[in-house]
Design a protein around this ligand. Structure first.
Ligand code: GRF
Length: 223
């Protein structure tokens, strides 16, 4: 329903950022990447931002005494850039209520496993070690936990015989790129909302295409 004003937080290679930038450039995603924030200098994600003419800033977590102080600096930069939706794309820091409170139900993460299976670091290695035959990736809203927020989208990825960690990670990563852009396109279309009913776990609701914000009158002539 409205062009997303994205801020993308990165820590490394930035292939998920690349997928977003390519989708925006090709018109597949109704968004503008207003700012890329990296907690590490000199990473490939920063080169990807530069190649697309997107402003970036390095905010080192080492320059702040607490996670909250780091988040406050990130929030200030995102707000100054006009960001309204934040994407954690290969971002390796746990965010705090300082960031989540500044962008309620608007911080999105991509995780290389079918949550709630295999949260945390190296989910690909966890899946191999467990011996699952199917793993995958998850795009979810970030809450105060680690990889525990309401799920927007998931995609299954088979584990092949003989897979090592890197082969599996590559196969999952390709699916992450597709799924993240698709999930963001649903957000841009106003189709994503969070249902909170009493003590139950919050759930994401995806309105049908064209329905706009869930609960909103369908666009176009009255049926
Ligand atoms: C990806 O597997 C992502 O899911 C995880 O970090 C890895 C690298 O992402 N959080 P990127 O290439 O930096 O986007």
């Amino acid at each position: 329903m409205a062009t997303l004003d994205l801020g993308v937080l990165v820590s490394g290679t930035g292939t998920n950022l690349g997928a977003i930038l390519d989708a925006v450039a090709s018109g597949r995603l109704d968004a503008r990447v207003r700012l890329v924030v990296s907690n590490k200098p000199g990473v490939l994600a920063l080169d990807r931002a530069a190649a697309h003419g997107v402003p970036s800033v390095v905010i080192s977590h080492r320059a702040h005494d607490t996670r909250e102080a780091f988040d406050a600096a990130v929030v200030a930069a995102l707000r100054a850039a006009g960001v309204t939706t934040v994407v954690l794309a290969g971002f390796m820091r746990v965010v705090t209520p300082v960031l989540l409170g500044a962008f309620p139900d608007a911080v999105i993460n991509v995780h290389p496993a079918l949550l709630p299976a295999f949260p945390g670091i190296d989910a690909q290695a966890q899946a191999l070690a467990y011996g699952v035959r199917i793993t995958g990736c998850t795009v979810h809203l970030v809450d105060a936990g680690v990889d525990t927020g309401p799920i927007i989208a998931q995609a299954a990825v088979p584990v092949a015989d003989g897979d090592d960690r890197d082969a599996l990670a590559r196969r999952i990563l390709a699916e992450e790129h597709r799924l993240l852009v698709e999930a963001l396109s649903w957000v841009a279309a106003g189709r994503v909302s969070v249902v909170r009913d009493g003590g139950a776990r919050p759930r994401v609701r995806i309105a049908p295409p064209g329905a706009g914000a869930p609960g909103a009158a369908p666009s176009g002539p009255a049926s």
